[in-house]
Design a protein around this ligand. Structure first.
Ligand SMILES: [Cu+2]
Length: 274
C-alpha cells in the first residue's frame, strides 16, 4: 500500500515538466494539489477494507511505526502531538467508509502464476545475498538483480503459538539505497528469473514494489541518498505458487528496476516471519 499504489500514484500524478515532479511527485509539494486529499483518503480507505479481511492482514506492530509522531494543529489552533497508533482506529478519527461494490474486483482477484517455462539457465547471473551484516558490501541493482534467499527451516515456536495459522512469511530487503532526488521503482518477483520491466505485475510471482519519490530538504544535495528497509508479505504468493510448505529451500528473488536515475544498492535480503 505504501509503495504501490500510494507512492506510485504520487509519481504518476506529478508534473514531469517540473524538475522534481511537483506538485504530487515530491514530498514537500504534494499537498498543494487538491488530488492529494482524494488520493490519501482512498489509500486510508483501501487499507481499512484490506485490514478487515482479517487473518494475516493486520496493522504493523513495530514500535518504530506505532510510536512515530507527527505535530498538527487542532481545531483550536493548538499544537498537538499525534502518534501513528492513535490513528489506526478510524472510528476514533470520526471516519467510516461506505461499502463500495467495485472493491470486489481486487478483493476477489486471484493472480495466476506466469511460471512454467521460466527456468534458471546460468548460475553465474545469480548472486547470493544473505542477511545484511555490518561489513556486508552493498550489491548494485543494475537494471535487474537475481538472488537466492534462504528460507528458515521452521517458524519460531513462540510466534506459532501466538499467531497460529496467521503467521505471515515476510521478504525483507535491507538497506535499499536510492538517490534522494529522483523517482525509483523496483518491482520484486519470486520464482520468476526472467522477469523484466515488461513483466505484468498482475501475476502470482509479483510480491510488490519499492517506489521512492524525490524528497527535498533544506541542505540536501543531488548526491544524497535515501535508505529504506522494505518488507513484503509473501505468504499468498507462496500458496499460489505451491511453495507454502517448502521451508529450508532457497527462494529465487528477482528485483527489476523499472524507473531509476542513479545508483541503487541493497545490503541484504532475508526471510522472516511475523
Ligand atoms: Cu502520499
Amino acid at each position: 500500500m505504501e509503495n504501490a499504489p500510494h507512492t506510485s500514484i504520487h509519481a504518476w500524478t506529478g508534473d514531469n515538466r517540473e524538475t522534481y515532479l511537483e506538485d504530487m511527485g515530491n514530498f514537500y509539494s504534494a499537498a498543494r494539489d487538491p488530488i492529494f486529499y482524494a488520493h490519501h483518503s482512498n489509500v486510508d480507505r483501501l487499507w481499512t477494507v484490506w485490514n478487515k479481511i482479517g487473518g494475516r492482514r493486520k496493522d504493523h506492530t513495530d514500535p518504530d511505526f506505532l510510536d512515530a509522531e507527527f505535530i498538527f494543529y487542532d481545531e483550536n489552533a493548538r499544537m498537538v502531538r499525534v502518534k501513528v497508533k492513535d490513528a489506526l482506529d478510524t472510528t476514533r478519527l470520526g471516519v467510516s467508509y461506505e461499502k463500495v461494490k467495485e472493491d470486489k474486483l481486487w478483493l476477489n482477484y486471484e493472480p495466476q502464476p506466469l511460471g512454467g517455462t521460466d527456468t534458471v539457465t546460468t548460475k553465474e547471473t545469480i548472486v547470493k545475498i544473505g542477511p545484511a551484516k555490518e561489513n556486508s558490501t552493498p550489491v548494485k541493482v543494475d537494471g535487474k538483480l537475481k538472488s537466492l534467499v534462504e528460507r528458515p527451516s521452521s517458524i519460531p515456536q513462540d510466534l506459532l503459538e501466538k499467531e497460529g495459522e496467521d503467521v505471515e512469511e515476510v521478504l525483507v530487503l535491507e538497506e535499499v539505497m536510492v538517490p534522494r532526488n529522483v523517482v525509483t521503482h523496483l518491482a520484486v518477483f519470486i520464482n520468476l528469473p526472467n522477469a523484466d520491466e515488461n513483466t505484468p505485475i498482475s501475476c502470482a510471482e509479483y510480491v510488490g514494489s519499492f517506489v521512492h519519490i524525490p524528497h527535498l530538504f533544506g541542505s540536501g544535495t543531488n548526491n544524497d541518498t535515501h535508505s529504506a528497509t522494505v518488507r513484503f508479505g509473501i505468504t499468498d504468493n507462496l500458496v499460489r505458487l505451491g511453495l507454502a510448505t517448502s521451508q529450508s529451500s532457497d527462494l529465487l528473488v528477482t528485483i527489476v528496476s523499472k524507473v531509476s536515475g542513479g545508483t541503487i544498492t541493497i545490503k541484504g535480503i532475508k526471510i522472516e516471519y511475523e
